[in-house]
Write a protein that binds this ligand. Structure first.
Ligand code: ATP
Ligand code: LTN
Length: 334
């Protein structure tokens, strides 16, 4: 018998800022799918976060639903987990305001994601981009999770969420549980295929990202063209970013260690290795895509999942928000 009370809680989310990549899958979603059996899970599509960068409304709407269908396609069970859209639970935006009054300008200025994104979008360095980590802290702290399964790039954001929670607890007494980041052993940081010193990201539309909905031909073409050095030996080594990245991808999809991979491709050269990586990724994606096609075509079921998810999430989120309002001293008529 499952007992929700003795299970630990996890929460995570992905921005519907494009089509999910193998980085999102290996760094986050795949872990969610394995953790769903042992944890009480909240997984949201963080649409409020996505508008920190300009989005085309019709595309954003479509990407919100596509992201949910991809959660389901990788095996996340809507019966077992609470799946919802961030904007359907107003407590996220409400708690974010309160927490922003307990977050320092200086600490937000140090966030590397803010620095990267404001360099990329220099024509739109808006306040939301700056306060993004506060909203993320609210997403997390509302559900009192033990763990937050994310890729390596989100470590700094979890750290600031912990700092904000500790600060609030220190001022008012124990209110928030202090969460820990949870990262996969293989695939926590997948790099761009065209620029292996930067992170693969879903808003990079070039050949550097492999999207979960890319066709077999496209996957094979992108991986064959992946930037590598001029050598030929398949060996994990400092400075060989391109090969190291392909080895990480291959290892994450097959479960093989770097040592095994080096043995497997000993004397075979980069060409054979790239082809093997490409075939492996394409095979895994085609399984996900078959399931995705079924889910995305049933909008009624997706809506039903979202309605139930928002109800369940709101119940927990409201409880935390009320507690926070009471602690800071807001007057309540109840
Ligand atoms: P955007 O391009 O819009 O910034 P993104 O691809 O960086 O998006 P997010 O929505 O910011 O993706 O991240 C969702 C989850 O995927 C997070 O847990 C994040 O750590 C993880 N993730 C994102 N990119 C990678 C990557 N290249 N390798 C491993 N994990 C990743
Ligand atoms: N900032 C995250 C997305 C995100 C998130 C969250 C992840 C927003 N809220 C709460 C985990 C928990 C990112 O991936 N860029």
């Amino acid at each position: 018998m499952e007992n929700q009370n003795i299970k630990k809680t996890i929460l995570s989310g992905v921005q519907p800022s494009g089509t999910l990549t193998i980085g999102n899958y290996l760094g986050a979603l795949r872990n969610w799918a394995t953790m769903q059996y042992d944890y009480n899970c909240y997984f949201c599509v963080v649409d409020l976060h996505a508008i920190t960068v300009r989005q085309v409304p019709a595309e954003l709407r479509q990407n919100c639903l596509k992201t949910l269908a991809l959660y389901l396609a990788v095996g996340i069970d809507p019966e077992k987990n609470t799946l919802f859209m961030q904007s359907h639970v107003p407590a996220h935006a409400e708690l974010a305001w309160v927490l922003s009054c307990y977050t320092m300008f200086g600490e937000l200025s140090r966030m590397t994601q803010f620095k990267d994104k404001s360099a990329k979008h220099s024509d739109n360095i808006n306040a939301g981009l700056f306060t993004y980590p506060v909203l993320m802290a609210a997403d997390i702290l509302l559900y009192q999770p033990d763990l937050v399964p994310v890729g390596n790039d989100q470590k700094q954001h979890i750290e600031i969420a912990r700092d904000i929670a500790n600060r609030f607890n220190g001022v008012y007494s124990e209110t928030f549980k202090i969460p820990e980041p949870y990262m996969p052993k293989a695939g926590a940081r997948i790099m761009s295929l065209s620029e292996p010193t930067s992170k693969m990201s879903k808003s990079d539309l070039g050949d550097g990202s492999v999207f979960l909905l890319d066709s077999r031909d496209v996957v094979i073409k992108k991986i064959k063209r992946a930037v590598t050095d001029s050598g030929s030996e398949v060996k994990y080594a400092e400075g060989k970013d391109g090969i190291n990245n392909l080895m990480s991808i291959y290892s994450a999809f097959t479960g093989k260690s770097f040592e095994d991979i080096e043995k497997e491709f000993d004397g075979k050269g980069y060409g054979a290795f790239k082809l093997a990586v490409a075939e492996t990724v394409a095979d895994s994606l085609s399984e996900i895509q078959d399931k995705y096609n079924v889910f995305i075509s049933d909008k009624e079921q997706l809506n039903k999942i979202l309605i139930e998810g928002a109800q369940k999430a709101s119940y927990t989120a409201e409880k935390t928000l009320r507690k926070v309002y009471r602690k800071v001293g807001f007057y309540s008529v109840k």
